[in-house]
Design a protein around this ligand. Structure first.
Ligand SMILES: *Cc1c(COP(=O)(O)O)cnc(C)c1O
Length: 387
């Protein structure tokens, strides 16, 4: 059976030729392709600095650590995200808490955030870092969240893994207009891919330098950053404990080549989303609410099932679609319900909007190579699955 995955990469002959060129060159890693990819993403976003890393999870970890997150600190994020948005705090020895989502957009809710900050201030446990996640590619209400960051003095790290190519209030996601640092992912299901890969964009030169040092073992070759004098041309110093989170030139060249197609990819994703909106009208399902301030990059197209109007459970609808070769998915299992978070004291009932959404949601196939006929096929299969 011809299957439709929920997401997949689009690789063309130009991408393949670009990668082959790297394989024939002098550098497989620590060469020129990494800077080329960094420049492509940074220029697109309109940020000052960009730093490519091994994956989006490494980007979150380095950004959190460079913002000074450590033991005794709190990081807050959305419960409806991939686990990595929360795990980055724990890599730094900090603690995680969650802010419930807006029931329309399923993005971190600024009103809930304001309430939680007010309570936390009284208890003296304000967060050091908040991580809004642009769910499905639609930006969070960043102007409102930034105003709260200024009022309460926390740092902002946007998880834009879904949102490269999106905008908020007419400005491109990733330009750091609203935050200290924005993290990106280039996993194959994301908007553009480097196989595995991640990046941080920032306008803060000091933050950029700190992240660059942490990316490569905490080592510097810059005499200005050294303790004492350089001992010669071979000399380097480890000035803090870092990691090997570098991206290879093979990955970076694929990413750079993919960036040439970002605009086209996102335009096609928008067409597919508009077609879904049209053909799903009349079925007992609702797409997520649109925020008129944001243009989504449409990484994912989610629907909520009206389970009062459907004679099946979500699980049955999911299984019926999969049986038809429509490889739907569920984004996401609320992070606080994962066993490893339950161990930290989180329980069901703590974030009711997130939990309600999780009971009803299904992610439909969405990728640039999908045809209009594929969208019709998803519509027909969904129509049958909810009978
Ligand atoms: C994909 C993703 C990540 C992690 O990215 P990797 O490149 O897979 O490490 C983090 N946050 C969100 C919201 C993601 O979708």
């Amino acid at each position: 059976m011809n299957v439709l995955p929920y997401g997949r990469q689009s690789i063309d002959e130009q991408d393949i030729a670009a990668v082959v060129e790297v394989l024939r060159s002098d550098f497989l890693t620590q060469g020129p392709a990494v800077q080329r990819f960094e420049a492509a993403v940074t220029d697109w976003c309109g940020a000052r600095h960009g730093l490519a890393v091994a994956n989006g999870t490494a980007a979150l970890h380095l950004a959190a650590q460079a913002l000074g997150l450590g033991p005794g600190d709190w990081l807050w994020t959305s419960p409806i995200t991939f686990v990595a948005s929360a795990n980055c705090a724990r890599y730094c020895g900090a603690q995680v808490d969650f802010v419930d989502v807006d029931p329309g957009t399923i993005n971190l809710c600024p009103r809930r955030l304001a309430e939680k900050l007010q309570a936390a201030e009284k208890e003296g446990r304000l967060p050091k870092v908040v991580v809004p996640v642009h769910f499905g590619g639609q930006s969070c209400a960043m102007d409102e969240i930034q105003a709260l960051a200024q009022k309460y003095g926390f740092r902002l790290m946007e998880d834009a893994s879904h949102a490269l190519g999106g905008t908020y209030l007419g400005e491109r996601v990733g330009n750091c207009r609203w935050s200290d640092v924005v993290t990106h992912s280039f996993h194959p299901v994301k908007i553009v891919t480097s196989g595995e890969g991640g990046m941080m964009t920032t306008n803060d030169a000091a933050l950029h330098q700190r992240m660059a040092t942490l990316r490569s073992h905490g080592i510097t070759r810059d005499p200005a950053q050294m303790v004492g004098e350089s001992e010669g041309g071979w000399y380097y110093q480890q000035v803090e404990l870092g990691y090997n989170y570098r991206m290879t030139d093979i990955q970076a060249m694929l990413g750079a080549s993919q960036m040439n197609k970002l605009e086209r990819f996102v335009a096609r994703r928008r067409e597919i989303a508009a077609l879904y909106d049209k053909v799903l009208a009349g079925l007992p399902v609702t797409p997520l609410m649109r925020d008129s301030r944001a243009e989504s990059a449409w990484h994912l197209y989610m629907i909520r099932l009206d389970l009062t109007a459907i004679p099946h459970t979500r699980r049955e609808v999911f299984d019926r679609l999969r049986a038809q070769g429509i490889l739907v998915n569920v984004h996401y299992i609320p992070v606080h319900l994962q066993p490893d978070y339950a161990r930290l004291g989180f329980t069901a009932g703590m974030f009711p909007e997130a939990e309600r959404y999780y009971q009803e949601c299904i992610t439909l196939p969405m990728f640039p190579a999908m045809t209009d006929d594929d969208v019709q096929r998803v519509r027909e299969s969904l129509f049958m699955a909810v009978q």
